[in-house]
Ligand binder design. Structure first.
Ligand SMILES: CC(C)(COP(=O)(O)OP(=O)(O)OC[C@H]1O[C@@H](n2cnc3c(N)ncnc32)[C@H](O)[C@@H]1OP(=O)(O)O)[C@@H](O)C(=O)NCCC(=O)NCCS
Length: 279
C-alpha cells in the first residue's frame, strides 16, 4: 500500500478482488487516514462489512482503536506495524558514491520485456520468501500465495511502467531490484519493493540500489524519497540509516477475521519461528 493511499482522510473502505481471488476468502481493505474518527461510526462500519477478512491500516499512534476492533465481534489479529522512512533530496544533482566495480543499476525499460518480467518474479521470490509480511499473522492464508502476491505486485509495476523498475546487476548478473511509484504530487518517489537475492546480501550492495533510486528520483524532480517495511525488519532499517534516511511514520496493520471461520479452520500445527535474538 503506497504512502499516498494512507494519506486519504477519514475511513476508506475498498473491496480487494485481488486478495479475494488469491487467498480464497472475501477481503476488504479499511484504511483510517488523517482526521478525527468517530468510534461508534467506525464500529458500525466494521459490523456492516460482509467480507470474511478486513485488513485494517491506521496510524500506530491511534492506540484507542484496538478497543473498537475488539468490540466488533471479529477475531482481531495483530499483523505488525509498518515503519516509513524518508530522505530529502537536493534539487541539484548531488555527487553520489561510485558503485563498486562491476555493479550497475539499470531501468527495466532498457531490457528485453519478457526477460525482465521473468527476472522480476525470480528476484522477488528469492529475496522476499523469508520476509515477515502481515499475511503471516493470519493462519487462514497460504504463505506461498502471499509470496505470489508480492511477485504479481512487482510485475504489475513493471507492466504499468518499466521505467519504474530498477535492476541491480553484478557483472551483468541481475542480483536485486526496486519497484517505484511517483507520489501523486510528484514531490516524492516511493520505493514499493526492494531486495537482493540471498547470495548478494550482506555485501552492502543494497546501498548502490538505493543510490540508483535516489538518482532517478532527483532526475524526476522529486524532493523526497519514501520507503517502508515491517518494523521487525531491523536489517533493512540499518541500511537505510547508513544511507541517510530517517523514520517519519508508523502504520499499524490488523486483520479482522470472521471468528467462525477462524475457529472452523483445521488446527494446523503453527510453525512458530524465532526471528529475533531472543524468543
Ligand atoms: C534488506 C536487504 C535489502 C539488505 O541488503 P544487504 O546488502 O544484505 O544489507 P547490508 O549488508 O548492507 O546490511 C544491512 C545492515 O544489516 C545488518 N545485518 C545483517 N544481517 C542482519 C540480521 N540478520 N539482523 C539484523 N541486522 C543484520 C548488517 O550488519 C548491516 O548493518 P550495519 O550497516 O550496521 O553494519 C536484503 O537483506 C534483502 O533483500 N532482504 C529481503 C527483502 C527485504 O527485506 N526488503 C526490504 C523491505 S522492502
Amino acid at each position: 500500500m503506497s504512502w499516498d493511499q494512507l494519506l486519504e482522510p477519514g475511513v476508506v473502505v475498498r473491496d480487494s478482488p485481488l486478495e479475494t481471488e488469491r487467498f480464497g476468502y472475501s477481503t476488504t481493505r479499511l484504511t483510517i487516514g488523517p482526521g478525527p474518527v468517530d468510534a461508534g461510526r467506525l464500529l458500525a462500519t466494521i459490523e456492516g462489512l460482509a467480507a470474511d477478512l478486513v485488513v485494517v491500516r491506521y496510524d500506530a499512534a491511534r492506540l484507542e482503536l484496538a478497543g473498537v476492533f475488539a468490540r466488533s465481534g471479529r477475531a482481531v489479529l495483530p499483523a505488525g506495524a509498518l515503519t516509513y522512512w524518508e530522505k530529502p533530496l537536493a534539487v541539484a544533482e548531488p555527487s553520489r558514491p561510485t558503485p563498486p566495480p562491476g555493479i550497475e543499476v539499470l531501468t527495466a525499460d532498457t531490457m528485453d520485456a519478457e526477460v525482465v518480467s521473468a527476472l522480476v518474479q525470480e528476484i522477488v521470490r528469492a529475496s522476499f520468501q523469508d520476509y515477515g509480511n502481515h499475511y503471516l499473522a493470519n493462519p487462514l492464508l497460504d504463505p506461498s500465495a502471499a509470496l505470489a502476491g508480492y511477485q504479481d505486485w512487482a510485475v504489475r509495476s513493471l507492466h504499468a511502467n518499466p521505467g519504474n523498475v530498477l535492476v541491480l546487476t553484478d557483472r551483468r548478473e541481475p542480483i536485486g531490484l526496486a519497484t517505484l511509484e511517483s507520489g501523486a504530487d510528484a514531490g516524492h518517489l516511493e520505493i514499493l519493493l526492494a531486495g537482493l537475492v540471498p547470495a548478494a546480501q550482506g555485501r552492502r550492495l543494497y546501498g548502490s540500489l538505493l543510490d540508483g533510486c535516489e538518482r532517478l528520483a532527483a532526475a524526476r524532480g522529486a524532493r523526497r524519497m519514501v520507503i517502508s517495511t515491517q518494523v521487525h525488519n531491523v536489517r533493512v532499517q540499518r541500511a537505510w540509516a547508513r544511507q541517510g534516511l530517517r523514520p517519519f511514520a508508523a502504520i499499524e496493520t490488523v486483520h479482522l477475521l470472521d471468528r467462525a471461520l477462524l475457529l472452523a479452520s483445521p488446527g494446523k500445527a503453527t510453525d512458530v519461528r524465532c526471528r529475533g535474538v531472543t524468543c
